[in-house]
Design a protein around this ligand. Structure first.
Ligand code: SF4
Length: 122
């Protein structure tokens, strides 16, 4: 568990297409990228800092856009939390948010989010 969040939530699971050599998930058999319906049904509560997508990049090009929106809509439903996203594909995150009326998640109406990104592979 990370000290800076209360909860890690992974509604998108599976083999991350970035395949970073240092990834803590790289030797695990996690199956193909998919929406985890069970995780999507989780109660997210309120007043929490939630790291969304600690085990794969939900913003990777290989993840279906409608799956991403299912995750974001769930976050919107539980809008008393702070959500932290991490991606190596920040252009998709920004594009998704700009299509929803904001250029950054924190500027998107109805969506309070902090975001973190790592650009490029190390
Ligand atoms: S982007 Fe993150 S989850 Fe994906 S392989 Fe790299 S370190 Fe792992």
């Amino acid at each position: 568990m990370y000290s800076w969040c209360d909860f890690t939530w992974n509604p998108i699971r599976g083999k991350c297409p970035h395949a970073c050599v240092y990834c803590f998930m790289k030797d695990r058999d996690v199956g193909p990228l998919r929406l985890d319906e069970k995780a999507l049904a989780d109660s997210l509560g309120s007043g929490r800092t939630i790291f969304v997508g600690s085990s794969t990049d939900m913003w990777a090009d290989a993840v279906r856009g409608d799956r991403i929106w299912q995750v974001l809509n769930k976050c919107r439903h539980y809008d008393g939390n702070k959500y932290i996203f991490q991606t190596k594909n920040p252009s998709r995150l920004f594009k998704s948010c700009s299509q929803n009326g904001g250029s950054r998640p924190a500027e998107t109406p109805g969506f309070k989010a902090k975001w973190a990104s790592i650009t490029g592979k190390l």
